[in-house]
Design a protein around this ligand. Structure first.
Ligand code: BJW
Ligand code: ZN
Length: 239
């Protein structure tokens, strides 16, 4: 259940998204001034050590995010990507986001590198269950007796292996990679555009601000994704 990795290693297009694509839906980014981590150290709430120390505190943080997300919807950037898939085929949408908004906008072939906010995973047997609710009354328990944790990837944890390997392969094989709304600071996701460039692909970056990728990108389209994506034609020159 960890991402729907159906490899299309031959796809000429690949999209990589980060928190910026959901910003205009009202989902806070991580590292911008008003970001999610402002005033809180990530490792205090989003790390295996924090969960081990105080699972209820960590769960409360994730329940709050679920509750808020239940009130939010996809924005024109998510919808533009879904419309491109309708037009150009189901190229992979590799996302670092855990919010599920690409799927809600109608995108298929969404590969979730950092897991999903809507999955609970048992810390003992690894059982996963999909959830749709916000707050719960207490720490959820698996039928094996152990507690569930959020089904996301914290710092220091491995990304889902198949999803990551498929993403590496697809990035190497794509002719055009669109990198949308990510600071390109978190690895191994930040390697994907670098691999594409090394393989001779075009990398087009969409972001209001330059990132460490910008000097290397083939093209930098500056602006908010909900404004720049709907008028962009990702197939231009590819046919
Ligand atoms: C807009 C916009 C608008 C604003 N339109 N754009 C040195 C080198 C290599 C690696 C490391 C290293 N030092 C440490 C590491 C490892 C570490 C890492 O990368 N750390 C860096 C911080 C340096 N990586 C890991 O630990 C990863 N695991 C790993 O390496 O495992 C190794 C291993 C192997 C085998 C066995 C065991 C271990 C795991 C990384 C997990 C990241 N997890 C998080 C939390 C997920 C759960 C949760 O949400 O609670 O994922 S952290 C957070 O960052 C989240 C995001 O997906 C991720 C990326 O952030 P993103 O999406 O780029 O957001 P922002 O906020 O940074 O940027 C937003 C961008 O949008 C900005 O550029 C804005 O300008 C832009 N924007 N409005 C378009 N409207
Ligand atoms: Zn279990």
């Amino acid at each position: 259940m960890r991402g729907e990795a159906q490899p299309r290693p031959d796809s000429p297009l690949l999209v990589l998204t980060g928190a910026g694509v959901s910003a205009e839906s009202g989902v806070p980014t991580f590292r911008d001034a008003a970001g999610l981590w402002e005033g809180r150290r990530p490792e205090d709430v989003a790390s295996p050590a924090a969960f081990h120390r105080d699972p209820l505190d960590v769960w409360k943080f994730y329940w709050e995010r679920r509750e808020k997300l239940l009130t939010l919807s996809p924005n024109p950037a998510h919808r533009a990507i879904a419309a491109w898939q309708e037009k150009f085929g189901d190229f992979p949408v590799v996302t670092q986001n855990i919010d599920g908004l690409h799927q809600l906008a109608g995108s298929r072939n969404v590969w979730e590198l950092h897991g999903s906010l809507w999955i609970d995973r048992c810390v003992a047997c690894g059982h996963e269950r999909r959830v749709q609710t916000g707050r719960e009354t207490g720490i959820p328990r698996c039928s094996c007796g152990a507690i569930y944790r959020p089904g996301v990837v914290w710092f220091g944890e491995a990304l889902p292996e198949t999803v990551l390997n498929n993403a590496f392969e697809a990035a190497r094989n794509a002719r055009r990679v669109l990198v949308i709304g990510t600071s390109n600071l978190v690895y191994p996701a930040a390697l994907l555009p670098r691999l594409a460039l090394e393989a001779g692909s075009e990398v087009i970056e969409f972001n209001p601000e330059p990132t460490p990728l910008t000097p290397h990108a083939t093209r930098f389209i500056q602006g908010k994704a909900a404004q720049t994506l709907p008028t962009f034609n990702p197939g231009d020159g590819l046919e």
